[in-house]
Design a binder for this molecule. Structure first.
Ligand code: ZN
Length: 365
């Protein structure tokens, strides 16, 4: 361990913290330059750090790169506390094989989706990534008699929690006990999946925002209802298994009238403007309020989480029919703030290659 400290110390001295961050400030948006420097640093550190530590180094450096612009006066302090303080106290103190904290990522700059494959190489660089373009040139048409079984989808829970996690607005029940939460089966899913949370992706403008696209068409927002396979005890276990998650995706389209079914969520948004805040939703409601009236037609494929670590564990369902949201309602999503105090908007990943995967368009009959 002492050797590691000594080596890290000499690396940090060699880097010269202040110059390091001045460099990044000058070329904050020249991503290629960032990556070149990052690669040089990482090459040095690769010698002394094992893979999990490597991830932390990448993440903490890129985190600081990202925060240089909003907080330039703190850059030196930030650098010292981050590189000098973080390493000895946190990274070097933990077992390199047992780090479970999700490192920093975002939707722009050097922690944005373009860099996820290099920042989170374990999965984000995989060949079964999400979202994808749901293109009728690629899909196989299927009919099925396996009707949806949406158990407890019409139950109004006693309590729902709405959270701003810095990336999205997420709503959960207070229990994840699979005997109490809604669950979904049928729809050619095969297994039964228990509800864990739902959240949204949206654009800065109404011409974008969805993660999946329909024949190239983007929607202003997309809702994801995340469920985990009941054969596993917790979502934490399920996220490590190929058949672990089932996500139901619903597109949102702009309408002139408010969607009253979304009102409890829209009202809740104003209570969680700051990143990492959470509140009890004033008016709990059943999940069935969020599904399109007609769920009989949907796309199905095997893909991934659309945020790091991009685990390839998701059986995706994206309904062909959408629900509506008014312009005033979608504006409320854009008022949320991330950890840097910027508005949360354009929080979607761009479509990923299909890479020969089976894409089914299923019609229930
Ligand atoms: Zn999502």
């Amino acid at each position: 361990m002492r050797d590691l400290y000594t080596t890290m110390d000499s690396i940090l001295k060699a880097l010269d913290c202040t110059n390091f961050f001045l460099f990044f400030r000058r070329s904050c948006y020249q991503h290629r330059e960032h990556m070149k420097v990052l690669e040089q640093i990482l090459n040095i550190c690769r010698v002394v750090l094992r893979s999990t530590m490597m991830k932390y180094l990448t993440v903490k450096i890129s985190c600081q790169v990202n925060s240089v612009e909003p907080r330039p006066p703190n850059q030196t302090k930030c650098c010292r506390s981050c590189l000098l303080g973080f390493f000895p106290s946190r990274v070097l103190a933990v077992d390199a094989d047992h780090v479970d904290e999700t490192p920093h990522w975002g939707y722009e700059g050097t922690t944005g989706p373009t860099y996820w494959p290099s920042l989170f190489p374990e999965f984000c660089s995989g060949r079964s990534q999400s979202p994808i373009d749901l293109n009728d040139d690629d899909d196989t048409l299927e009919t099925s008699t396996d009707d949806w079984v949406l158990d407890r989808y019409d139950i109004i829970p006693k309590k729902m929690i709405i959270k701003n996690n810095g990336h999205t607005a997420q709503i959960e029940w207070t229990t994840t006990d699979i005997r109490e939460v809604p669950n979904v089966s049928g729809g050619n899913l095969g297994d039964t999946y228990a509800f864990a949370q739902f959240h949204f992706h949206w654009g800065k403008k109404n011409n974008r925002g969805s993660e999946h696209t329909f024949n190239g068409k983007k929607f202003p927002a997309e809702l994801h209802l995340v469920h985990f396979n009941t054969k596993y005890d917790t979502i934490g276990d399920a996220v490590l298994k190929a058949d672990g998650l089932a996500v139901l995706g619903v597109m949102l389209e702009i309408a002139n009238e408010d969607n009253e079914d979304l009102s409890p969520i829209i009202d809740g948004l104003s209570t969680i403007v700051d990143a990492n805040s959470q509140k009890t939703l004033a008016t709990p409601f059943p999940l069935s309020d969020l599904l399109p009236a007609d769920t009989s037609s949907f796309y199905r494929y095997s893909g991934s989480l659309t945020t790091p670590n991009c685990n390839e564990v998701v059986t995706w369902t994206v309904f062909e029919n959408s629900i509506t949201i008014s312009k005033a309602q979608i504006e409320k999503f854009r008022e949320l703030l991330d950890e840097e105090g910027h508005h949360v908007e354009d929080n979607f990943r761009h479509v990923q290659p299909l890479n020969g995967r089976l894409l089914e368009k299923i019609q229930l009959v």
